[in-house]
Write a protein that binds this ligand. Structure first.
Ligand code: ADP
Ligand code: MG
Length: 252
C-alpha cells in the first residue's frame, strides 16, 4: 500500500469574477477520513469541483498537489489517472454508456488491464447490495437518487483511487444503502489506504465512515477544525454560529 498526500494550500477560486473559496487549507493523507461540513452555499461543492478540474471554475490563487504533483495544471482526466476520484453531488447522466464501459475506458487510460473490470464490478455490486442488472444500464439514466450514489461507490470500489472526494454521497440514500456505501468506503481506507474528503450535512454518514478530522467550511474558508466530536456538536447546534451576520447564501 503506497502513501499518498493531497495538499491544498491557500486555495482561492470563483465563478464569473465572484470569489467563492477564499483561502482553503487542507491536507489529506492515505487512510484518513476528513469530513467537510457547513451551511448551504458555503463553497463545499465548489471545492470538490475545483479539485477535480471542473470547467467553469477559475482558480484565483493557492496550490493543490497530489504527492507533490501540481494537479491544477492537469486536465480532469489526468487528475483521475493521477489517483483522484470525485463523486459529484449530482451525478451526470450519460445516455448510451454503461458503467462497465466507463470503467474499462478508465482502466485503459491508466494502463491497467480492462478485462478485469466486469469481474471486479460484480464483486463490488455484491458487496454493496447493488443489483447486477444496473451494471449494463446507461450511466445514471433512470436511476433513483440513491441508486446513483450507490453507483458512485461501486466505481470507487473498482477504480481504487488514492484520494476520493465525496460530495454528499449520503443524500437521497435510505439508511440501509447509506450504511452499505459508508461501510464500503471505510473498508477502502483500510484495505487500499484510500484517503477521503467526505462532504456531508449529516453526522449519520460518519457512523460507519468514521471521520478522523472534521472541518467546517463557511463563507469560503474553514472556520473550525476538530475531531469526530465536532460533527456531533454541529448536529445539535447547526450552523447558525457560522452564518450569523455573514449573509450566507440560501440553499443551493
Ligand atoms: P455548497 O456546496 O456548500 O452548498 P456551492 O459550492 O455549491 O456551495 O456554492 C457556493 C456559492 O457559489 C453559492 O452561492 C453558489 O450559488 C455559487 N456557485 C457555485 N457554483 C456556481 C456556478 N457554476 N455558477 C454560479 N454560481 C455558482
Ligand atoms: Mg454542494
Amino acid at each position: 500500500m503506497s502513501e499518498h498526500v493531497l495538499e491544498i494550500t491557500g486555495l482561492r477560486a470563483g465563478v464569473a469574477g465572484r470569489e467563492i473559496l477564499k483561502g482553503v487549507d487542507l491536507t489529506v493523507r492515505s487512510g484518513e477520513v476528513h469530513a467537510i461540513m457547513g451551511p448551504n452555499g458555503s463553497g463545499k461543492s465548489t471545492l470538490s469541483h475545483v479539485i477535480m478540474g471542473h470547467p467553469g471554475y477559475e482558480v484565483l490563487g493557492g496550490t493543490v498537489t497530489l504527492d507533490g504533483l501540481d494537479i491544477l495544471a492537469l486536465t480532469a482526466s489526468e487528475r483521475a489517472q493521477a489517483g483522484l476520484f470525485l463523486a459529484m453531488q449530482y451525478p451526470t447522466e450519460v445516455p448510451g454508456v454503461a458503467v462497465v464501459d466507463v470503467l474499462e475506458a478508465a482502466f485503459v487510460a491508466a494502463g491497467r488491464n480492462p478485462t478485469e473490470v466486469p469481474e471486479r464490478l460484480r464483486a463490488e455490486a455484491t458487496r454493496i447490495g447493488f443489483d447486477d442488472r444496473f451494471l449494463h444500464r446507461a450511466m445514471n439514466v433512470d436511476l433513483s437518487g440513491g441508486e446513483k450514489k450507490r453507483n458512485e461507490t461501486l466505481q470507487l470500489g473498482v477504480l481504487q483511487p488514492a484520494i476520493a472526494i465525496l460530495d454528499e454521497i449520503d443524500s437521497g440514500l435510505d439508511l440501509d444503502a447509506l450504511r452499505a456505501c459508508a461501510r464500503r468506503i471505510e473498508a477502502a481506507t483500510e484495505e487500499t489506504g484510500l484517503g477521503v474528503v467526505a462532504i456531508t450535512h449529516y453526522n449519520r454518514l460518519l457512523h460507519e465512515l468514521r471521520a478522523d478530522y472534521v472541518h467546517v467550511l463557511a463563507n469560503g474558508v474553514i472556520q473550525r477544525r476538530g475531531g469526530p466530536e465536532l460533527a456531533l456538536e454541529l448536529e445539535t447546534t447547526g450552523y447558525s454560529e457560522f452564518t450569523a451576520a455573514r449573509g450566507e447564501a440560501s440553499p443551493s
